[in-house]
Design a protein around this ligand. Structure first.
Ligand SMILES: Cc1cc2nc3c(=O)[nH]c(=O)nc-3n(C[C@H](O)[C@H](O)[C@H](O)COP(=O)(O)O)c2cc1C
Length: 316
């Protein structure tokens, strides 16, 4: 997950990618003395046009291609602000290939490999240079040159890789389309909160009393929030008698309460997905044991509340 990575800014501070959750992120390795250096101008223009709509640019100066970023972090920053009026933050000069490459780049390259250069005056020159050095050059996902761009959508998926030869108008069109997409649905947010909390408390109706148990299973599937239990358990019998249920979880100063009805679903595919997602269950349950039960919330109201933010309600 892209949000597991961090980078160091030119000022030496740590920037956690998780701070960019829900944003569109463009990661670009840059150099100050390259034929592609003028791309700083359209990149800055994109930042000006789209930053307040959710675009973050991660500029990683890199000296691995032709030694074309020889300056210190301060010199690189000065060059960019003087020549291109850049306002987006610049990261510390780093490697994007090889044994010292940023772990972020190992991840980006694993998600999107090299798919060839697009038509460009430098295309033939670059291809000749790489082919002479390594006949297998185009099969490897490594970064080929300065100004390679990765674009990450609001869900954190690496959706595009643009080689430096790509038309900047194409890059912009991609970013613009991704900015129009939603980060995640309210239901996905509830599900992620429960997953990250690890344990939540499930209240069912036992006779006329609530009965509360720690629970951990959760799956977002078919646009529903599912939990899992065994049919032979008391919780299952209580739900059969009265489907009213509540979930409560606490994480990072935020309470989540989900109240609704839990409905049994016999769909084998959901059982399989639940067991796949929760490996600890696989020793105890199987999709065909006639015990595994998956239940989804119906007529649910979920509320996030904290001391610091206004309550947020999601219905599903
Ligand atoms: C951290 C934790 C997570 C649990 N998660 C689940 C769960 O997801 N589903 C479940 O059926 N039981 C889960 N249990 C067990 C239940 O809390 C409870 O003990 C079990 O359902 C048996 O209760 P019953 O027979 O009274 O229904 C969990 C227990 C703990 C301690």
């Amino acid at each position: 997950m892209i949000y597991d990575y961090s980078v160091t800014t030119g000022k030496g501070e740590t920037l956690n990618l998780s701070d960019y959750r829900g944003k569109v992120i463009m990661v670009v390795n840059t150099a100050t003395g390259c034929g592609f250096t003028p791309q700083y101008a359209p990149i800055e223009q994109m930042y000006k046009d789209y930053h307040d709509k959710g675009l973050e640019i991660l500029d990683i100066p890199c000296n691995q291609f032709g030694g074309q970023a020889p300056g210190t972090d301060d010199e690189i920053h000065e060059f960019c602000t003087i020549h291109f009026n850049t306002t987006f933050p610049q990261m510390k000069k780093s490697d994007v290939n090889g044994e010292n490459e940023l772990p972020l780049y190992t991840y980006l390259k694993s998600q999107k490999g090299f798919e060839g250069f697009t038509e460009h005056p430098y295309k033939a020159l670059l291809e000749k240079m790489f082919a002479e050095a390594d006949p297998e050059w185009d099969k490897k996902p490594d970064i080929k040159w300065n100004f390679t761009k990765f674009v990450v959508n609001r869900k954190g998926e690496v959706v595009a890789r643009f080689e430096p030869t790509a038309d900047m108008a194409e890059v912009e069109a991609c970013v613009k389309a991704l900015l129009a997409e939603d980060a995640e649905s309210g239901l996905e947010k509830v599900c992620r909160f429960l997953e990250e909390a690890g344990t939540y408390y499930l209240a069912t109706v036992d006779g006329d009393q609530p009965r509360v148990r720690p629970f951990g299973t959760v799956l977002c599937c078919k646009n529903r929030l599912y939990i899992q239990t065994g049919k032979i358990k008391d919780v299952s019998h209580q739900l059969a008698a009265n489907p009213k249920a509540e979930i409560c979880a606490f994480k990072d100063g935020v309470w989540l309460r989900v109240a609704g009805k839990l409905i049994n679903d016999d769909d084998r595919d959901v059982k399989v997905a639940m067991l796949e997602k929760t490996p600890s269950l696989k020793a105890m349950y199987s999709a065909d044991d006639d015990n595994t039960q998956v239940l989804y919330f119906e007529d649910a109201v979920a509320t996030f509340s904290s001391f610091t933010a206004a309550p947020e309600t999601v219905c599903f």
